[in-house]
Design a protein around this ligand. Structure first.
Ligand SMILES: Cc1cc2nc3c(=O)[nH]c(=O)nc-3n(C[C@H](O)[C@H](O)[C@H](O)COP(=O)(O)OP(=O)(O)OC[C@H]3O[C@@H](n4cnc5c(N)ncnc54)[C@H](O)[C@@H]3O)c2cc1C
Length: 458
């Protein structure tokens, strides 16, 4: 059988219901990468831009019958190489399936197609006093399908949890081409295995998410209060977070920023944050905000904070949140970046931070670290010279030492970005041989021909 890219594209044009099929090399290349600059990128045969569920089912049935790999793709903002093409694959682009199918403000749920942009769902329900809580830093550009497939986190995870906590039910096309509904529309339910959670975070390796029923959350009743506190060291900042949260304080956002990042922002924007301290804690409160504020500030000061500022003015709050939002571009000013994503139990944050500093010193790699502190999720961001196709050996070594230390603390390789290709070789260290074996068996149930995003995750 002719399996050249041209033949695959020709077959797909006959097989696919209404979506468009492209095999122009420039178009294919533009759909072949995500944001993980170190991820290997294969030569895909074709791109199918799906317009409806039937298109997806047509593609998967064709791919299953002909043993052709399929790489599902949302907006390609992933940091793990999950949406990077593999040789001979059909890249299945879901961005065009972007309808909000239903908004139910009484039950506070939305039914969406996978290509809806995260921020657009919140915008659509704002006038009803609701929002979609999971808010990855990419919320203005990433798709809900991609967010669900990676179980994306975000700033508001501190209070509302990751994407999984907002997903009630899914419609998927499995690797066999079967349409399957999992989960429910009701807010709770325990019938059967939790296949909704299984597909959430499966990084396109079990099937394609073609629809989702998600939970909406009431907007805060009053103004949010944003507090920043400066500390003499990053270790002191992490200890202060633990001490403050132990007092029962429940922030919706709880971020930390290290000195290297603050210095880079100062240099870039002409600010003077490093005069105030060598690390920053940023908290946001969306309920009972002002009532608890004095106690929060007192807790931060008791934990060693120097300057502490609070505001309920939205413009000022945006300015303070920008310190955190500028962290990634501030690191990128110094070269290419490898964004890491480890999580440790919160009590181990201090040890993780100290070890990261030791690793930076030992390997000579410049590391900028920020994190979602309430979850123990750190993003050590390793910088290396521009123009290199792969991170140099010392960056790989630093990253590996960071992973191993996190695992040794009872943590994980990834809190939100996923395994993709970039962390695949370490997964056995976290799951163990039996764990990995069961993962492979689970995949075989939904994707017996192994066509779904092969070479990713497991
Ligand atoms: C500036 C910036 C900030 C970011 N901030 C965060 C953050 O705060 N938190 C966070 O978690 N991530 C963050 N990310 C990473 C990224 O945005 C998330 O992983 C996001 O969820 C990916 O969505 P996407 O639509 O771009 O998916 P893609 O990158 O296209 O795909 C991601 C994975 O999901 C699979 N996939 C996509 N759609 C489907 C589908 N419909 N069915 C099955 N599988 C599918 C792909 O195969 C791939 O494995 C950030 C990225 C950037 C560039």
């Amino acid at each position: 059988m002719d399996m050249t890219p041209a033949a695959t594209a020709k077959d797909l044009r006959l097989a696919v219901h209404s979506g468009t099929v492209a095999d122009d090399p420039d178009v294919v290349a533009s759909y072949s990468r995500d944001r993980a600059s170190s991820a290997p990128v294969g030569a895909a045969a074709a791109v199918v831009r799906a317009g409806c569920v039937d298109d997806v089912a047509d593609v998967i049935r064709y791919a299953h019958a002909h043993r052709v790999p399929v790489v599902p793709r949302g907006a390609g903002t992933g940091e793990a190489g999950g949406a990077a093409a593999v040789d001979g694959a059909i890249v299945l682009a879901l961005g065009g399936m972007d309808r909000i199918v239903e908004l139910d403000t009484e039950d506070q749920v939305a039914v969406v197609e996978p290509g809806v942009i995260n921020a657009e769902l919140s915008a659509a329900v704002r006038s009803d006093g609701l929002r979609y809580a999971p808010d990855p830093g990419s919320h203005e550009i990433s798709t809900l399908g991609g967010n669900i497939a990676t179980n994306a986190g975000g700033f508001r995870c501190a209070k509302y949890g990751p994407t999984r906590d907002a997903v009630l039910g899914l419609e998927v096309v499995t690797g066999e081409g079967r349409r399957l509904r999992v989960g429910r529309r009701a807010l709770k339910g325990v019938a059967g295995y939790d296949l909704t959670s299984l597909f959430t975070g499966s990084e396109g390796t079990l099937g394609v998410i073609v629809g989702a029923t998600v939970r909406l959350t009431p907007l805060p009743a009053g103004p949010e209060v944003t507090t920043v506190a400066f500390f003499p060291s990053f270790g002191a900042a992490t200890a202060a977070v633990s001490a403050t949260l132990r007092r029962g304080v429940v922030p919706s956002v709880c971020e930390i920023v290290d000195e290297a990042t603050l210095a880079s922002i100062d240099e870039w924007k002409g600010t003077d944050y490093t005069d105030a301290g060598r690390a920053l804690v940023l908290l946001q409160f969306d309920t009972d905000a002002e009532r608890g504020q004095a106690a929060v500030e007192a807790a931060l000061r008791a934990a060693g904070a120097g300057e502490v500022l609070s505001t309920s003015d939205p413009a000022e709050a945006r300015m303070l949140m920008d310190i955190r939002r500028l962290a990634l571009p501030a690191a990128e000013r110094h070269g290419q970046v490898l964004v890491e994503d480890v999580v440790v139990p919160r009590s181990k944050l201090g040890a993780m931070v100290a070890e990261t500093e030791r690793i930076a010193e030992h390997t000579g790699v410049r590391i900028f670290t920020v994190g979602h502190a309430a979850d123990g999720n750190l993003h050590p961001t390793l910088v290396y010279p521009r123009g290199l196709a792969q991170p140099p050996a010392e960056v790989e070594e630093a990253a590996e030492r960071i992973f191993r230390f996190a695992l040794g603390c009872g943590g994980t390789l990834t809190g939100e970005h996923g395994i993709g290709t970039v962390k695949r070789r370490f997964l056995r260290e976290e799951l163990g041989t039996d764990g990995l074996d069961y993962h492979r068996r689970v995949k075989a149930v939904f994707d017996p021909a192994g066509i779904m995003n092969p070479g990713k995750v497991i």
